[in-house]
Structures are given as C-alpha cells and as structure tokens.
Design a binder for this molecule. Structure first.
Ligand SMILES: Cc1ncc(COP(=O)(O)O)c(C=O)c1O
Length: 339
C-alpha cells in the first residue's frame, strides 16, 4: 500500500503506476495497452485539440469495509460515454473495452486505493478523443480511449458540511439544444469563467440557470441540484444538464426511504421554500448547501441555519455512501466487486 496521507487527500491529480489505452483505427478498436507514462503523444492536427472532439467520464472504486474493491454503477458511465460520443460524432467505445480498461486500471493501481474508513476513494477517469488529423471541420477517423485513476479525497474541502453557492447570471454553461446533456470537454471550458469568478468571491461553485430564460435552475458546478420539502425530493428537469448517475441513484433511494420524488423545472424563486438543498455527483457525493447568493442583486438565502446538514440529506448521504463502501445492504445491485 502506498504511503499517503489518506485522510487529507485533495480532490486532485496524484500520479499512479499505470494507465490503460486503446486505439480506434481502420474502423475497429485494437487491444488494450498498459502504459506507465503520464503523457500522450498526439498529432498536432488531432480533432480533439481544435474542434473539441473529446468526452470523459468520472466514476470511483471504493475499498469496502470487507476489504473488497467495489465499482459503483459503471454501466451507467459506459452508457453516458456512448451518448457523449454520439453527440460529438466520435467512434463509440465498446462495453467490453470500457469495462476491461476500467478494471485493469483499478487493479494495476491497487496500492493507490484508499483504505476503508478514510473517506477517500479511487477516482477513475475514462476519456475518449479524436486523435486523427483533420484540418476541415469534420469528425476524425481515429480515436483514442484512455483510463487513468487517481486517489481522491472530498471534492469540496469542507466534506459533508454546508457549502456556499453563487447564482451565475453572466455566462451560460450550455445551450438548450447544445451539448449540456453530454459530458464533453467544451462544456467545462464554457464553465471556467464562472467558476473562477465565484471562487474569487469566496463561493464553492456557480449555480447555473437555464440559458433561455435565466429563470430555472440547471445545475451546480459539476453536480446536479436537488431541493427537499414536505418529504419530497425535487430535482430539475432540463435538456441542458448532465444526467447525473448519483442523482438517478438518489431518486431511487429517496423513494426507497419513503419520500416522494419530483423531476420538474425549478424556478429560482422557489429556492427559499426548500427545507434542504444540495448538490450531488460522483465527486461531490452529496454536498449540502448552506447559502445561495445572487451576486448581481446582493441577496442571499441561507439554509442549514444551525450549520449542520439537514436530516433528509444526511440520511440519503449515509445510505448512499454505506452502499458504496459495502457497509449497508445494496438492494439495487449498484455495486460490483472486482477481484
Ligand atoms: C456538469 C455535471 N453535472 C453533474 C455531474 C454529476 O454526475 P455524476 O453523478 O454521474 O457524477 C457531473 C459529474 O460528472 C458534471 O460534470
């Protein structure tokens, strides 16, 4: 086992031993290749570099209470990568290539999987990009698929503690019929201005509103939004948000825990009526929100007045994390043990 300060790991890149690569050439995926280099040799005219033909995924491997390694809902990440590939006209990775590359990358770097009980996990980053050279705007003929892993701590340095969020009105993350619902690099480029600006003001993430009316809640940084009131879990329905696998899981969990669920547009004016609000995603898990500020109007709404996460968010968080670490029963068969 690697000797790292597991309890204080940032959500950042940490070098591991190996990554796994696969090339798409002549209309077919080749064999998986294992590399110990952190670098990729790329053609200067690759479509990924010029026309944004790139998509990625993010999932985690967890060291369970029983010492076993678990993957969480990897098939959902596979399906989403397939959609992302279709969205920017890239070759689709096969399920076999995806799964084998993920498992290989995890196993080869087993000594970097954080021990159980540290709150850390092994973040897995599969990505796919156009590696073929083109100068005209058209899809590449060659693609590269890579999986690297890195041990991570919590995304928000506060961990499971309320965070401060700022409503973003100056930029749009994604257009209604654009690429907001797939996980392509361009969306993140478009979000950077807002992220940097709100960080400077002391907020954890921007809350994006719909681009058309600037009225409905889209999502928060790299996470989906949820609000809870009257025993109901409410989360946005929008064409321009990424369908979060964490959110999809929480919807099922919330129902399992006896809550009602509503997926519908959420007017920003409705925010103050929620008893609890939060952000959810693989990186963020569940981040309770303590304050949402409208910087343009200098107005803010506060939640978690006692400084603690709400009861429902806590229950959902504990159940979800418990399933991921093999501590509680997994009634939905979301986790897969890899030996
Ligand atoms: C923009 C965006 N929204 C939401 C999410 C959360 O999705 P998931 O729960 O599948 O990680 C992510 C992270 O992948 C994201 O980048």
């Amino acid at each position: 086992m690697e000797n790292l300060d597991w309890k204080n790991l940032p959500f950042g890149y940490q070098k591991t031993d190996y990554n796994v690569r696969c090339y798409y050439r002549n209309n077919a995926w080749g064999e998986l290749e294992v590399s110990s280099s952190e670098y990729i040799n790329i053609h200067m005219a690759a479509t990924a570099l010029h026309y944004g033909q790139e998509a990625f995924e993010g999932l985690k491997a967890y060291r369970g209470v029983d010492g076993k390694i678990r993957l969480f809902r990897w098939e959902e990440n596979y399906e989403r990568l397939k959609n992302s590939a279709r969205g920017v006209m890239m070759a689709e990775v096969t399920k076999e290539v995806f799964y084998n590359a993920v498992v290989k990358a995890v196993k080869l770097n087993e000594r970097f999987i954080p021990p159980h009980g540290t709150g850390a996990s092994l973040y897995i980053r599969p990505f796919l990009f156009g590696s073929g050279a083109e100068v005209g705007v058209k899809p590449a003929e060659e693609y590269m698929f890579v999986v690297f892993v890195t041990p991570v701590g919590p995304y928000f340095k506060e961990g499971f503690k309320p965070v401060k969020i700022a409503i973003e009105k100056e930029t749009d993350r994604a257009a209604p019929l654009g690429t907001g619902n797939i996980k392509v690099g361009g969306n993140y480029a478009a979000s950077l201005k807002a992220i940097v600006r709100v960080h400077k003001e002391g907020y954890g993430s921007p809350l994006y509103l719909d681009a058309k009316e600037k009225r409905y809640i889209d999502e928060i940084g790299a996470a989906n939004f949820f609000g809870i009131k009257d025993n109901t879990y409410v989360t946005p329905k929008s064409e321009s948000i990424l369908p979060s696998i964490t959110n999809k899981s929480i919807v099922q969990l919330a129902e399992h825990l006896g809550m009602k669920v509503e997926r519908r547009p959420i007017d920003v004016e409705e925010l103050s009526t929620f008893e609890e609000v939060g952000a959810c995603g693989t990186a963020a898990v569940i981040s309770p929100i303590g304050e949402i500020c409208d910087l343009t109007e200098n107005k803010s709404i506060t939640f978690c007045k006692d400084g603690k996460p709400g009861a429902m968010s806590t229950k959902i968080y504990e159940t979800l994390v418990g399933i991921q670490y093999g501590e509680v029963e997994d009634p939905f068969q979301w986790t897969e043990v890899i030996d």
